[in-house]
Design a protein. Structure first.
Length: 128
């Protein structure tokens, strides 16, 4: 017979709820679907220094991009109309009611969309 102490396991429902809450709290992301007017011969790119900035001046970093290249590379555009791309950022604080999409770069022409009203799903469509 072993002298190990038996430990009663936690209630599985409580453990699962705790794990789900942790995942939801830790995995929050904001998805911004962007559209930009374009013509053949244009190019577009995004800088790593692109943020969501809350009204409280909290910067939420860019964590993923799709349909656009990261500077210094350019995504060449071959059509007239609009080009769509998607940016994914870390989660916004619960207190955030609105925010801006800001590309902080040392040259003219950075993306800027002010006053984006927060919604319940944190998925947005903007024109830059």
């Amino acid at each position: 017979m072993s002298d190990q102490t038996l430990i009663k396991p936690k209630d599985p429902k409580t453990a699962i709820k705790s794990k789900v809450k942790f995942i939801i709290d830790e995995e929050k992301q904001v998805i911004v679907h962007c559209s930009i007017p374009c013509s053949p011969g244009d190019g577009v790119r995004i800088w790593r220094t692109t943020y969501l900035i809350t009204d409280e001046k909290i910067k939420i970093p860019l964590i993923y991009w799709e349909g656009i290249t990261l500077a210094p590379n350019w995504t060449p555009l071959y059509h007239k109309g609009s080009h769509q791309f998607t940016l994914i950022f870390g989660g916004l604080p619960k207190s955030c009611k609105s925010f801006s999409l800001v590309e902080e770069i040392v040259q003219a022409g950075g993306f800027l969309v002010r006053g984006i009203k927060r919604n319940g799903v944190d998925v947005y469509r903007v024109t830059v």
